[in-house]
Design a protein around this ligand. Structure first.
Ligand code: ZN
Length: 426
C-alpha cells in the first residue's frame, strides 16, 4: 500500500466538500488549486513556461487545471491522469431576459447531453465566470434558489405517464426567476450586484445554472453517494488527492507525475481548454525541457490514465448491459474496454492499470458495452491520439449519468484515488 502524504484527504467528507464547491468548471479548478496550494505545490502560468517550472506546481487556467511533480533527475517519462471538469448543464444566454404572462424568465442554452427531465422542479442557483471591461475575471456563485423549470401539472398533461415526457429544449426548459414585466438588462444588473460591480463594468459572462441540493450519503447503510456532477468531479477529486498523496520522495528518479483536468469534454473537447487543445502538450514539453526528439522518446515511454465515470448495472434495466460485464458500486474502479477504440484502453495500457490496482490493494471491475448499444467516449482516445501516449480508460461506476443528480458508491472514489496515488509512486 502507498503511504499517504499527510496533506491528502481521501475521506468521503472531503469528496463531498469538493463536490459542493465544484458548481462550475472554474469553481472545480479553484477548489483543486486550493488543495494543491495547501499541499505545497506552487502556482505558475502557461505565460511563464520559459521562466523555469517549480518541481511541484500547478496551472489554474479557467476550467483547465494542470499540475505536476517532477522527479529528482531528468524526466525520461510521464505518468498522466486526465479527467474533465465540465458537466452537462444549462448555460445562461448572452441576452437572457425574457418572459411572458407576467412571468420573468432566463434564456438558457443546453450544454452537453443533459437528461432534460432531471432539471425540472429543482431549485437552481447560478455559477460561472464574469469578465470585466478591465480584463479581470471573477468567479460568481449565487447559492440561493433563484430559478426553477416547472413541470406541467399532470391535470394539464394527462397522458404523460403513458406517452413519456417530451420536452422541447428551446420552449420547455426556460427557467422562471420572478414575476412582473421583464426588463432587458435585468439579469446583468443582478450579476453586477453579486460581484459588487457596476453593470457597465461587465464585459461578458460564462454562467450556468446548478442544482442547489448538496452532496449526500444515501441508503439505509449509507453505502451510496448522491450529488450533481459526479461525472466527472469524482475523477477530478481522485486525481487531485492522488497527486497530493504521492509525495515527491516516493517517485522514481525520472518519472514526472502529471494531472490534466480539461474543460469541454461534454461537447467534444475541441477547444483551447479541452483535451484536443494544445495546452497539456505545451506543459509536457516545458517539463521535459530537452530536444524535440528526446521529448518524443519520453512520450513513447509514458502512460496515461483517462479517468471518467462508468455505467453501473441498473437493477431496473439489466438488459441494457453486457451480461458478463456488469460493474457494481463499491467493488472498485472500472476498467473500460471498447474494441472500436471509443475507449483508449489497449492490452498493454490495461495491464499497467491492473498491476497498479494490485499494488494498491484495490479491487477492479471491467466494463464492455453490449454490441447492440452504442458506446460513449472520453478524453482517453483524444489524449492518446494527440500525444501518442498509451492510455487506459477507467472510472467509478455510477447510475443516472448526465442527470442533474447522479448516484455512485460511497467507497469507490477513494479506491480510485488510492490507485492514482500508487500509479504516481512508481
Ligand atoms: Zn464524463
Amino acid at each position: 500500500m502507498t503511504p499517504m502524504n499527510k496533506e491528502s484527504d481521501l475521506s468521503v467528507d472531503g469528496l463531498m466538500r469538493h463536490l459542493n464547491a465544484s458548481v462550475s468548471p472554474a469553481h472545480s479548478v479553484e477548489y483543486s488549486a486550493t488543495r494543491l496550494r495547501e499541499a505545497g505545490l506552487i502556482e505558475t502560468s502557461l505565460a511563464r513556461l520559459n521562466e523555469g517550472l517549480p518541481a511541484a506546481g500547478f496551472i489554474a487556467d479557467a476550467g483547465l487545471l494542470l499540475a505536476w511533480r517532477l522527479p529528482q533527475q531528468k524526466v525520461r517519462q510521464f505518468r498522466i491522469v486526465g479527467a474533465h471538469t465540465d458537466s452537462p448543464c444549462l448555460k445562461v444566454k448572452p441576452l437572457p431576459d425574457s418572459g411572458s404572462f407576467n412571468w420573468k424568465q432566463i434564456g438558457v442554452e443546453v450544454y452537453g447531453g443533459i437528461l432534460n427531465n432531471s432539471w425540472l422542479d429543482r431549485d437552481l442557483g447560478l455559477a460561472g465566470r464574469v469578465v470585466l471591461t478591465d480584463g479581470t475575471v471573477k468567479n460568481v456563485r449565487v447559492d440561493q434558489a433563484i430559478a426553477r423549470i416547472p413541470q406541467l401539472a399532470i391535470h394539464l398533461d394527462r397522458e404523460v405517464n403513458d406517452r413519456g415526457l417530451v420536452l422541447d429544449r428551446q420552449v420547455h426548459l426556460a427557467p422562471i426567476w420572478g414575476l412582473g414585466q421583464y426588463q432587458p438588462g435585468e439579469f446583468a444588473e443582478f450579476i453586477a450586484e453579486q460581484i459588487s460591480s457596476s453593470v457597465n463594468d461587465i464585459s461578458f459572462w460564462d454562467i450556468a445554472l446548478f442544482d442547489l441540493t448538496p452532496a449526500s450519503l444515501l441508503g439505509h447503510d449509507q453505502s451510496l453517494l448522491t450529488s450533481g456532477r459526479l461525472d466527472n468531479q469524482v475523477s477530478c477529486w481522485a486525481a487531485t488527492e492522488g497527486l497530493i498523496a504521492a509525495s515527491a520522495s516516493e517517485q522514481s528518479f525520472n518519472t514526472a507525475s502529471v494531472i490534466a483536468l480539461f474543460d469541454h469534454e461534454e461537447v467534444g473537447s475541441e477547444s483551447t481548454h479541452g483535451a484536443s487543445g494544445p495546452r497539456l502538450a505545451w506543459l509536457l514539453e516545458a517539463l521535459h525541457g530537452s530536444t524535440r526528439t528526446e521529448f518524443h522518446e519520453a512520450l513513447s515511454r509514458s502512460h496515461c490514465i483517462s479517468a471518467d465515470n462508468a455505467h453501473a448495472i441498473h437493477p431496473n434495466y439489466p438488459d441494457r448491459h453486457e451480461p458478463a460485464h456488469r460493474p457494481t458500486p463499491n467493488l472498485g474502479p472500472v476498467l473500460k474496454v471498447n474494441a472500436n477504440q471509443r475507449y483508449a484502453t489497449s492490452a498493454e495500457s490495461a495491464a499497467v492499470f491492473l498491476q497498479t490496482c494490485d499494488r494498491a490493494g484495490v479491487p477492479h471491475q471491467v466494463f464492455v458495452s453490449k454490441n447492440s448499444m452504442p458506446c460513449g467516449t472520453t478524453i482517453g482516445p483524444i489524449t492518446s491520439t494527440q500525444l501518442g501516449i498509451p492510455t487506459v480508460d477507467v472510472g467509478v461506476a455510477q447510475l443516472s449519468m448526465h442527470s442533474a443528480r447522479e448516484l455512485c458508491g460511497a467507497k469507490d472514489p477513494a479506491m480510485l484515488a488510492k490507485v492514482i496515488a500508487q500509479y504516481f509512486a512508481v
